[in-house]
Ligand binder design. Sequence first.
Ligand SMILES: [Zn+2]
Length: 134
Amino acid sequence: MHELVIVSGIVEAVSDLARREGKRILTFTVAVGELASFDKNLIEELLNEVKKGSLIEDAEARIEIERAEVLCKSCEAIWGFSDLIEPLGENEREMIHFLPELVSSFSKCPKCGSRDLEIRSGRGIRVSYVEFEE
Ligand SMILES: [Zn+2]
């Protein structure tokens, strides 16, 4: 299972951090990209399962959704992915859902009209916050 590999990597990375800092970790937050094809509930479930018996067993795992942003490479404006695709038709939105890169085929920069758009964030999964014990 893809998610299990990802979650194991996260637990390992956060445990490493605790080891390096020599401190206990109270909470950590995992940011799941809006466009990442991960099941948020499954990630949360697996995190709680995988961290059992690890150095961060007692740390509270939180999940947040990271908003996807699109950069216009022409004028350097940054737009919310969902705002850009909102005015599109249902079919176009459906296609973009499966292949987010298509955003530059169907959308234009609202400011300068360029189609030179690049997805900047919201595609991956990462640890966004770690709280250590004082
Ligand atoms: Zn632009």
